[in-house]
Ligand binder design. Structure first.
Ligand code: FES
Length: 322
C-alpha cells in the first residue's frame, strides 16, 4: 500500500511540474502544504481520479490503518493540476490544458506574486472587440461622442445629396429634343413645303406641317371633338375625321361637324443665329417670316406648347353652315 501511495505521489508531482512548465511559472509558487492540512485549495478541488483509489473494498481495514495520511495530502497536491493530470494525452493542445488549469485555479494565481505577470500576458482586444471596448471605456477606438458626430455628418451629407438630385431633376427638361413633348428641329427654313401643296405628316411629333400665305403651321393630329385621328383627303383638299364627320380646311379651320373649334396647333419658330426671327402667336396666327429667310435659319416645332384652335363660330372658312 505504501508503495502504491508513493507511486501515486510521484505521478502527481510529475504532472504538476509538467503543467508548471507549460504555464511558464515557478513550481514553488504552487507548493502545496506539507503539514497534512487540506487547506482551501483542497476543499475547492473537484473530485478526480486521485480520490478514486480510496475505496479498495477488498483491502482489510487493518492493512489500511498504517498509511492513512497520504490520502488527503495527495488530494491537496493533485488539486492545482488536477485537470492537466487526469488525461494529458487526451487534451492534446497545450493551450487548452493551460486554459483549463488557469480557469480552475484563479484564486491561487491571483494570490501569489505571479498575478501581475499573468495580467501582463492578457491579450489586448483587437478589431470589433477593441472598438466595443473603447466605446464602453472611451480609452480605445472611438467613443460615444465621436460616433454620434460621424453619424450626424453622414446624415447631413446624404440629405445634401438628395436635395441636389431633386433640384437637378426639377430643372432638367422633361422631354428630350425629337420626342413628343419636346422640340423638333425640321431643318432649313428654306426647305419648307411650298404653299398650296399637300401637308406633310410627322407621326413622331403628331402634327401635320403645312405652309400657307400666313406662314407655316403644325396642326395637332387629334380631332378637337372626341380625340380621333383625322385624315388628309387630297380629293377634297381638306382634313376629315372618320369618327363623326368633322371637317377642316388645309389650314385647320373648322368647316362642319360636331367639333367645337378649329384644329389645335403647335408653336412654330424660325430661328436664325440663336434668335427667333418669326413665330406663332398665342392666337395661332403666324408672324410673317422674312421674305427671303437666311439659309442658316431653321424651322422648329415645339410640341410642348399647344395652341388651342379658335371656336367654330370664329372660323374664317366660308363652308361654316348657317
Ligand atoms: Fe372627330 Fe368626333 S372625334 S368628329
Amino acid at each position: 500500500m505504501a508503495e502504491r501511495s508513493q507511486a501515486w505521489l510521484d505521478r502527481v508531482e510529475r504532472a504538476r511540474q509538467s503543467a508548471a512548465e507549460r504555464l511558464g511559472i515557478d513550481v514553488g509558487d504552487f507548493a502545496p502544504p506539507r503539514d497534512g492540512s487540506t487547506g482551501e485549495t483542497a476543499e475547492a478541488a473537484p473530485p478526480t481520479e486521485a480520490a478514486a483509489p480510496q475505496p479498495e473494498p477488498a483491502v482489510p481495514a487493518v492493512e489500511a490503518a498504517p498509511e492513512p495520511a497520504p490520502q488527503p495530502a495527495a488530494v491537496a497536491e493533485a488539486a492545482p493540476v488536477a485537470a492537466a493530470e487526469v488525461a494529458p494525452a487526451e487534451v492534446a493542445p497545450a493551450e487548452e490544458a493551460a486554459a483549463t488549469v488557469e480557469a480552475q485555479t484563479p484564486t491561487t494565481v491571483q494570490s501569489n506574486g505571479s498575478a501581475a505577470a499573468a495580467a501582463a500576458e492578457r491579450v489586448a482586444p483587437v478589431g470589433r472587440a477593441a472598438v466595443l471596448e473603447g466605446f464602453e471605456t472611451g480609452q480605445e477606438g472611438i467613443n460615444r461622442r465621436e460616433f454620434l458626430s460621424y453619424a450626424w455628418g453622414g446624415a447631413l451629407t446624404l440629405l445634401t445629396l438628395e436635395s441636389g438630385l431633386a433640384t437637378y431633376q426639377f430643372m432638367y427638361p422633361r422631354f428630350r429634343e425629337g420626342e413628343f413633348g419636346g422640340k423638333f428641329i425640321l431643318g432649313a427654313a428654306t426647305a419648307l413645303p411650298q404653299i398650296g401643296i399637300d401637308p406633310e405628316g410627322n407621326s413622331t411629333g403628331k402634327f401635320w406641317l403645312i405652309n400657307t400665305d400666313e406662314g407655316p403651321r403644325a396642326l395637332y393630329m387629334v380631332c378637337t371633338h372626341l380625340g380621333c385621328l383625322y385624315k388628309w383627303e387630297p380629293s377634297n383638299n381638306r382634313f376629315e375625321c372618320p369618327c363623326h364627320g368633322s371637317k377642316f380646311d388645309r389650314e385647320g379651320h373648322y368647316i362642319e361637324g360636331p367639333a367645337p373649334r378649329s384644329l389645335d396647333q403647335f408653336l412654330v419658330e424660325i430661328v436664325e443665329g440663336g434668335s427667333i426671327v418669326a413665330t406663332t402667336e398665342d392666337s395661332g396666327d403666324f408672324i410673317s417670316a422674312p421674305t427671303l429667310p437666311s439659309p442658316d435659319a431653321e424651322i422648329v416645332v415645339d410640341t410642348g406648347k399647344r395652341l388651342q384652335g379658335k371656336p367654330k363660330a370664329l372660323s374664317p372658312s366660308k363652308a361654316v353652315p348657317s
